[in-house]
Design a protein around this ligand. Structure first.
Ligand code: ASP
Length: 312
């Protein structure tokens, strides 16, 4: 099947939530878009472009990924990330990994240097060190004294007590993700996160799970999710959205019906950047804000919010 010629396309999100982004977060998104777009224009693959864009966001410390990752309730930051190549459906992911600055690169290593798809914890960290991925700065890698007593029986009342309260540490930082379509028409997706507020140690969300937080298939399109991982996993959102596009839905139709269905059946808030195999795209969120942006030839935008999906 001959693909329509389109300029390369890159979409980025910086997490969904209720607070608008800061000027420096928007500037970082611009920098990530610049990086990815430059590569795509040179003819680099969509996979390389999404990885490079996410690395800019991870290294910035301005998002809840890499350097800016939230800490779990025992005071340790454990990170999740994944990448997927729509050309051959190859994918790689890491989960609950400590101490590495660029988890998305670790996910790519799992994909290309191991026979596996997902590595967790120390194994993911060991692989990253073997390939000389940069560590987190020591002050960020060191555990902070646990702010909460997590001994058996204590955490359930604690959750109830903290529910609904604002978590000042990194409350305004969001997960990051990118999707792209290169000059050859190949699509790819990448997502990276430090998780959500109030996580028990070892909690893993949707971001490293292929089909939940990330999906890419040249026959359908590419998706990176943000939002409440527990809801996104149960709804299988990234795969659901790509399947709907494969069936002929536009990115906007596929994304909004999946997000509305999740809210009705499960609850929770989420956002998605969605790119079809043909190069149509949408940036959707159920929350008030989702910083992000896109570059698609002359169509270019960076903003704190895009299209809010509402139930009828
Ligand atoms: N989806 C991420 C998680 O559940 C968090 C987020 O996107 O804000 O780990």
């Amino acid at each position: 099947m001959k693909k329509r010629t389109r300029p390369p396309i890159l979409l980025i999100h910086g997490g969904c939530g209720s607070t608008p982004p800061t000027a420096s977060q928007l500037k970082t998104i611009e920098a990530a878009l610049d990086r990815g777009e430059t590569l795509l224009q040179k003819g680099t693959s969509a996979l390389d472009a999404v990885e490079a864009a996410v690395v800019v966001l991870e290294k910035s410390g301005r998002f809840n990924a890499g350097k800016g990752s939230k800490r779990q309730m025992d005071g340790i930051a454990r990170m999740d990330a994944s990448v997927m190549n729509g050309r051959d459906l190859s994918a790689g992911a890491v989960a609950a990994m400590e101490g590495i600055l660029t988890p998305v690169r670790a996910a790519r290593l799992v994909m290309e240097r191991t026979p596996h798809l997902l590595l967790v914890g120390q194994s993911a960290e060991r692989l990253s060190r073997l390939f000389h991925l940069p560590p987190l700065p020591p002050s960020l890698a060191a555990p902070k004294p646990p702010p909460h007593d997590l001994s058996f029986g204590k955490w359930e009342p604690l959750f109830r007590k903290l529910q609904g309260k604002r978590d000042d540490e990194a409350a305004e930082l969001g997960t990051v993700g990118a999707v792209a379509r290169d000059k050859e028409g190949n699509v790819a997706a990448a997502t990276s996160t430090g998780g959500i507020r109030m996580m028990l140690p070892g909690r893993v969300g949707d971001s490293p799970l292929i089909g939940a937080g990330t999906y890419a298939d040249n026959l359908a399109g590419a998706v990176s999710m943000t939002g409440l991982g527990e809801a996104i996993i149960r709804a299988g959102l990234a795969k659901e959205i790509t399947l709907a596009m494969e069936g002929g839905d536009s990115p906007e139709a596929a994304g909004s019906s999946a997000l509305i269905r999740m809210r009705r059946r499960i609850g929770g808030e989420a956002g998605a950047i969605i790119l079809s195999a043909e190069g149509d795209f949408a940036l959707l969120h159920t929350t008030d804000s989702m910083p992000g942006g896109y570059r698609a030839g002359r169509r270019r935008k960076t903003a704190g919010r895009f299209q809010k999906v509402m139930e009828d």
